[in-house]
Design a protein around this ligand. Structure first.
Ligand code: PLP
Length: 358
């Protein structure tokens, strides 16, 4: 089947680009002796996680325990929950996960560490913790100040083995020497705090896609957790983290109306692209065939494209491919990913963990 035959809107990816992205990251990690633990929130497809394992990944990272359950059911048996999960449902599911996989969990407070340990009871030793530090994103993670060693000591008192440190340098957009030296200093500080707390650091887990290929310059990292790199997107392209040729994923839409002047309406809106927040400027993505067109805004099932500035304009009925701003949230809206080579669909993969947000 050719991609022209797909019902629209259709989520598809160029298999050559996906394979190149997977192997490039695998090779980089091998070269620099870094463990690769891809974050699967980007694709949510066990089959793609297995291909990442095939490139040398030691395991996977997930945000949610239900997402992890889908991966574990497919045999992926080394999982980091890089998220401070909390609540009876989650702890029950966490325990069930330990039956199938080696599980570590990010924690950033003694309160969370102890609550999880109490919920797991005698089984608490079936998981381990990575203590998250705030590398500057101001989202989660303990502050790098004098209180850190005390927090680490109290987390260790939970009885769950503490294996190391986790950080997410998601705020580092343009990777410059400044940022790297700051990250280096932070890791040094965190290691000293662990030492003071008498806790051995076995793992230092970092890495986002924009920082991934700089990881060998970030002192002490033992593993990285890039996720977006498998597909890449327009946001990361706008940051200089990838080229357009590295962007594998497209949403194929049909132009369903051009009756309003200087406007083309696509048959995909916010129920197709999700938040699609743009880092580069306004819009929800870029049309590959009409890069000058402005993908201006969305209703649920309408994508508004302003074509006033275009030399060539799409006609009603035409098929176009949108490179989305944010692939991770876009993928989560779909049930199936088509993988194509040279326009021919080679594989149809169910997005098994789509909607797994608990
Ligand atoms: C904790 C954590 N680790 C790793 C990643 C992967 O980063 P990226 O999307 O830049 O590949 C994310 C992304 O949200 C994350 O939240």
């Amino acid at each position: 089947m050719h991609i022209d035959e797909l019902d629209t809107p259709a989520l598809w990816a160029d298999l050559d680009v996906v394979e190149r992205n997977i192997s490039r990251m695998g090779e980089y990690c091998k070269e620099h002796n870094l463990a690769l633990r891809p974050h699967i929130k980007t694709h949510k497809i066990p089959e793609l996680a297995w291909r990442q394992i095939g490139s040398g990944a030691v395991g996977i990272a997930c945000a949610k325990v239900t997402e992890a359950a889908v991966m574990a059911a497919a045999g992926l048996d080394d999982i980091l929950l890089a998220y401070p999960l909390w609540g009876e449902h989650k702890w029950r599911n966490l325990l069930a996960l330990t039956e199938r996989a080696k599980v570590s969990v990010a924690t950033d407070s003694a309160r969370h560490a102890h609550a999880t340990a109490v919920a797991l009871g005698e089984d608490r030793k079936k998981i381990s913790y990575l203590v998250e530090i705030d590398a500057g994103g101001r989202r989660t993670g303990l502050a790098l100040d004098d209180s850190l060693s005390g927090h680490v000591a109290r987390i260790a008192e939970s009885g769950v083995p503490v294996r190391g440190i986790m950080l997410y340098p998601g705020h580092v957009r343009q990777v410059e020497d400044m940022d790297i030296s700051e990250l280096n200093a932070q890791i040094g500080q965190a290691k000293s705090a662990f030492e003071k707390a008498g806790v051995t650091v076995e793992i230092i887990s970092g890495g986002s896609t924009p920082t991934a290929f700089y990881s060998h310059r970030i002192g002490g990292l033992t593993e990285i957790r890039p996720g977006t790199y498998i597909f890449n997107d327009l946001n990361y392209h706008s940051l200089g983290a990838c080229t357009l040729a590295d962007c594998a994923l497209r949403v194929r839409c049909r132009v369903v109306s051009t009756s309003v002047a200087d406007t083309a309406i696509l048959d995909g809106g916010s129920k197709t692209f999700s938040d699609a927040a743009g880092l580069a400027g306004p819009g929800f993505g870029m049309i590959e065939q009409y890069p000058d067109a402005l993908c201006e805004k969305m209703n649920e099932e309408h994508g508004y494209v302003r074509t006033g500035g275009c030399e060539q304009r799409p006609a009603t009925g035409e098929l176009v491919d949108v490179i989305p701003n944010h692939v991770c949230t876009t993928v989560n809206m779909h049930r199936v990913l088509y993988l194509a080579r040279g326009g021919e669909v080679e594989e149809i993969l169910p997005i098994a963990a789509a909607g797994k947000i608990h």
